[in-house]
Design a protein around this ligand. Structure first.
Ligand SMILES: *[C@@H]1O[C@H](CO)[C@@H](O)[C@H](O)[C@H]1NC(C)=O
Ligand SMILES: *[C@@H]1O[C@H](CO)[C@@H](O)[C@H](O)[C@H]1NC(C)=O
Ligand SMILES: *[C@@H]1O[C@H](CO)[C@@H](O)[C@H](O)[C@H]1NC(C)=O
Ligand SMILES: *[C@@H]1O[C@H](CO)[C@@H](O)[C@H](O)[C@H]1NC(C)=O
Ligand SMILES: *[C@@H]1O[C@H](CO)[C@@H](O)[C@H](O)[C@H]1NC(C)=O
Ligand SMILES: *[C@@H]1O[C@H](CO)[C@@H](O)[C@H](O)[C@H]1NC(C)=O
Length: 347
């Protein structure tokens, strides 16, 4: 069985190589921009070639005798599909044929975001928006991709299907859920033809739009703070938060604490007499309020000093107690009897 198969394959291959004629087009596969000139060459090989020609609805070159190389020359490509084939005829047997493989392309006339900035308007964090890119007169659509950028990061890429050879308009849509990182970023779409040849045509970009996303204030880290009250200096509470629109601040202190705002929007407060306790800052805008808690505690340094002093005092007390017990006799009088008298030695 295997031998038979191999035998058949061999026979088939030998048969084809003995074919009296073969035509090769170079370049094998090419692209041309609509309106540009185009050239390809067809070479015929084999024994006893009589002549050759190009067959095409628009660019046919009649059969010419006695040649084995024939160019196809088009001064200006103004069709969307060049249906051409090159053929050669041997003196006996069937003529051989190869189809020209060429893609006619056109970069878009215009790429733009359909909505104006006003139409997109203010976005709210967490809501989903649809943004449309408009790409006019591009061909062929099956090689088109559109890439969306927000703040120079590509966020979505779409490839298209379609059998149109001629130019069409496409309007891809990006669905985006707005978040705070999008605020003040630019959004744009880019149309690109991927013709898989060296030096693809340049991509075309829309004019960028600046996004405006409303979001609840968020305080800079840490979210809550614990601060020590320094011995002599003022305490500064920094509640500065980011938000759109710009947040405004309100504070809540333990009673009788004098304070001064050291900046215009009251995001930073300085306390000249701070008491331990919890100080609250509210950063608010139209989208909501964020609360930051500052917990003020006595400086550890002072506490340590007090603890050390207390420790020393207590130790002294204990020592006095023990020493007293040791030196007191059973009669309740001091005695140095237990201490052996020193001998005086004479040298
Ligand atoms: C085709 O033939 C021409 C003329 O004989 C020759 O210059 C050229 O190199 C050939 N091209 C190929 C791809 O064989
Ligand atoms: C915001 O959206 C982008 C995608 O557009 C995403 O990469 C990012 O992680 C999001 N940021 C937040 C804070 O959700
Ligand atoms: C800040 O402190 C408040 C009150 O103690 C608490 O409810 C909240 O979860 C804390 N926030 C963070 C981020 O630790
Ligand atoms: C503390 O704050 C008060 C009032 O804001 C200011 O006059 C004083 O110079 C500050 N002292 C220090 C040491 O920063
Ligand atoms: C307050 O915090 C913000 C954000 O961390 C910082 O940019 C700013 O310099 C701070 N201001 C002061 C007075 O420390
Ligand atoms: C801060 O915001 C909380 C919750 O939104 C509110 O209950 C509180 O009264 C506000 N405090 C101040 C001082 O504005």
């Amino acid at each position: 069985m295997w031998k038979l198969l191999v035998f058949l394959l061999l026979t088939f291959q030998t048969g084809s190589s003995e074919s009296p004629c073969k035509v090769v087009i170079s370049p094998q596969q090419s692209v041309v921009q609509f309106g540009d000139p185009f050239t390809a060459t067809c070479n015929a090989s084999g024994s006893d070639i009589q002549g050759m020609g190009w067959e095409s609805p628009y660019f046919g070159t009649p059969f010419i005798n006695g040649i084995s190389s024939l160019p196809l020359q088009i001064d200006k490509v103004e069709v969307w599909k060049i249906d051409s084939m090159c053929y050669a005829a041997p003196s006996d047997g069937d003529q051989c044929v190869t189809n020209l493989k060429v893609t006619v392309y056109k970069t878009p006339d215009r790429v733009s975001i359909s909505q104006s900035l006003d139409e997109i308007g203010l976005m709210r964090e967490g809501q989903t928006y649809e943004i449309e890119c408009s790409i006019l007169n591009v061909a062929p659509v099956k090689y088109l991709s559109v890439i969306w950028y927000i703040g120079s990061v590509s966020v979505f890429e779409e490839h298209f299907k379609g059998s149109d050879d001629g130019p069409i308009n496409v309007s891809p849509v990006l669905k985006m859920t707005a978040n705070r990182s999008h605020d003040e970023s630019e959004i744009w779409c880019t149309a690109k033809l991927n013709l898989q040849t060296e030096g693809d045509p340049p991509s075309r970009e829309s004019v960028p739009h600046r996004l405006n996303v409303l979001y609840t204030p968020v305080c800079s880290e840490p979210a809550n703070e614990t601060l020590e009250i320094p011995a002599s200096e003022n305490v500064t509470l920094n509640c500065s938060a980011k938000g759109n629109p710009k947040p405004s601040y309100s504070w809540h202190y333990p009673p009788n604490v004098p304070n001064t705002a050291i900046n215009g929007d009251h995001s930073i407060q300085t306390l000249s007499f701070a008491f331990p306790g919890v100080y609250t800052c509210n950063a608010s805008n139209s989208q909501g309020t964020t609360v930051k808690y500052f917990t003020l505690v006595e400086a550890k340094g002072d506490q340590t000093t007090i603890a050390i002093l207390l420790g020393v005092f207590l130790t002294l007390l204990v020592l006095l107690g023990v020493g007293g017990a040791f030196f007191l006799t059973s009669h309740g009088k001091f005695s140095f009897r237990n201490c052996p008298p020193r001998r005086s030695s004479v040298i």
